[in-house]
Unconditional design. Structure first.
Lengths: 371, 176
């Protein structure tokens, strides 16, 4: 992107209490989980993340989850998943009808207030009961857009075509992104699609929605993820190498995709500036780009060149449990720091059609970047 | 109340336009619900007139229908057990308004029945008795509907009084 990095609009996202991700867990993501109810899907992930810290649910200061009733096809579906937490005696708890990355944001705000020192954040998505392509049309303007049922792949194809028309990528470039992501996922035991045919082979395959082929689209996934946040000394006590959230911010663009320039993501750029992403070099980035073309948009908005590894986990092209895929980006970014593989990592999450709403966080080891 | 015409009056470009007062936008999404392992076991036992429950290994509470997790302890409930068809009314109401799509004549009595050995009430109707006689502590038993046996709680038509003396309040006080 040619414009200079904007100055932070406010500094609130980078002051206050030091809060870190101290644990991350996720399910093995699969196309269907017919044998599991939502609580049966979520509970092992909750147990895993709690076990990593030695905490129990009743010692967590705040619990926040993200999910969508439209995926489940049932009202208040998240209340059943809460059975997996053990919310008795009654706990301080909240829910967002959004990706878990926004549940993490709410928990981060709660920790900033000083009302809690630890937080459990989890999210899950079972896309298999319905048709997720159709379900996602229900987030569009109900009067002028939703009646046309423009499905999620058709909208992503409009964005991809706009990028190609602007000379910013081509179908070969998109295929390279798919191959890189799914080959990276061979090292990720939780990923759904691991490995890829080569670019030439992929480009011989038919279009799904032109100019997108199947490899440009995310898999349809069922899955869950959980993260534990802790502030200050609590974080240092719970992990030898906490992943400190140095900045976090989220911004939203117009609801109507037709009024946006789909080749750019000003909301990502603003959120990144407010989170301090441009202040120092990054060791890696986990981007919530479910479609190959969206990674091009995000790379431009974030000034990421080829020196910064993007989605070493494989990213959402390798596993895309809707409502959890954004939280997984934050978790994977933190895990790189936990394992000592990176010192400064950007995590991004998105919501809405064509990257409408975007959250950016910068995570650092205690020593900071770079490795 | 402001009318649609009054709202349009403030927009010069729409002067004289016929106000749109209603749009109908049909939307239908279809789902295939999967109840998960615990509830599937419960549902598939109903055609055999069996009531399957699960016990929490930590707090020992017995849940019916089972959901695979103890909401109190947040842990899996792998131990399965079969409950008798008898229980105690722990609360009830008389419904006088017919629910849409429910093939039941009003008034009817809707109750929580604490099955013997369970620690949560099962939702059920009470029948074969004057509603004025229904009371907390009353002993009841399941009446199965042989024409509707299937993987659904509709397999139980209703519960009816057994005629036993009322249960000791101490036996159900904690589980109301």
């Amino acid at each position: 992107m040619s414009s200079p990095a904007p100055s932070p609009v406010h500094s609130g996202a980078r002051s206050g209490r030091d809060v870190a991700v101290v644990a991350f867990a996720q399910s093995s993501h699969t196309r269907r989980t017919d044998q599991l109810s939502e609580v049966e899907l979520v509970m092992p992930v909750l147990h895993d993340v709690l076990k990593q810290t030695g905490l129990t649910a009743n010692r967590i200061g705040f619990t926040c989850s993200g999910s969508s009733d439209y995926l489940a096809g049932r009202a208040f579906s998240f209340t059943m998943a809460l059975d997996g937490v053990g919310a008795w005696p009654p706990i301080s708890e909240s829910h967002v009808e959004m990706d878990g990355a926004w549940a993490l944001y709410e928990a981060w705000v709660k920790l900033q207030t000083g009302e809690a020192d630890t937080a459990l954040v989890y999210s899950y998505g079972k896309s298999s009961p319905g048709s997720v392509r159709d379900v996602l049309t229900r987030q569009l303007d109900p009067y002028t857009l939703a009646p046309l049922w423009p499905d999620s792949i058709a909208l992503a194809a409009l964005q991809a075509q706009a990028l190609i028309d602007a000379g910013l990528t081509d179908e070969r470039g998109l295929a390279r992104t798919a191959v890189r992501s799914r080959r990276a996922a061979t090292a990720n035991p939780h990923a759904q699609l691991r490995g890829s045919a080569d670019v030439e082979d992929l480009l011989r395959r038919p279009y799904e929605v032109e100019p997108l082929r199947r490899h440009d689209c995310p898999p349809i996934s069922d899955g869950a993820a959980a993260v534990i946040l802790a502030a200050g000394d609590a974080a240092r006590a719970l992990h030898a190498n906490p992943a400190w959230i140095r900045g976090i911010d989220h911004r939203i663009e117009a609801h109507q995709p037709g009024v946006r320039d789909l080749t750019e993501s000003p909301s990502t750029r603003l959120a990144a500036a407010a989170a301090g992403a441009f202040d120092a070099p990054l060791d890696a980035a986990e981007l919530h780009a479910p479609f190959t073309a969206q990674e091009i948009v995000l790379r431009r908005a974030l000034d990421l060149d080829d020196r910064v590894p993007v989605n070493p986990s494989g990213g959402p092209l390798a596993a895309n449990p809707v409502m959890a895929a954004g939280l997984i980006r934050l978790g994977e970014a933190a895990a790189l720091i936990h394992r000592g593989e990176a010192g400064r990592v950007l995590a991004h999450a998105t919501s809405g059609p064509c990257l409408q709403q975007n959250l950016v966080a910068v995570l650092e080891s205690s020593a900071g970047g770079t490795r | 109340m402001t009318t649609a015409a009054e709202l349009l009056a403030g927009i010069p470009e729409l002067a004289g336009a016929e106000p749109v007062t209603r749009v109908t936008i049909p939307a239908r999404l279809e789902y295939t619900y999967s109840p998960g392992s615990a509830q599937a076991r419960f549902l598939t036992a109903l055609p055999e007139k069996r009531l399957l429950a699960e016990r929490c290994p930590q707090c020992t509470r017995v849940y019916v229908p089972p959901r695979g997790a103890c909401p109190t302890c947040g842990i899996a409930t792998p131990e399965q057990l079969e409950l008798p068809h008898t229980g105690t009314v722990t609360t009830f109401c008389i419904v006088n308004i017919a629910a849409k799509g429910l093939d039941v004549e009003v008034p009817y009595c809707y109750a929580y029945v604490l099955l013997d050995g369970a620690h949560v009430g099962l939702h059920a109707r009470i029948g074969d008795t004057p509603y004025a006689d229904v009371r907390i502590g009353q002993r009841v038993e399941a009446v199965w509907d042989d024409r509707r046996l299937g993987p659904s709680l509709a397999s139980i038509s209703h519960f009816r009084p057994t005629g036993e003396p009322d249960a000791d309040p101490e036996s159900y006080r904690r589980w109301m």
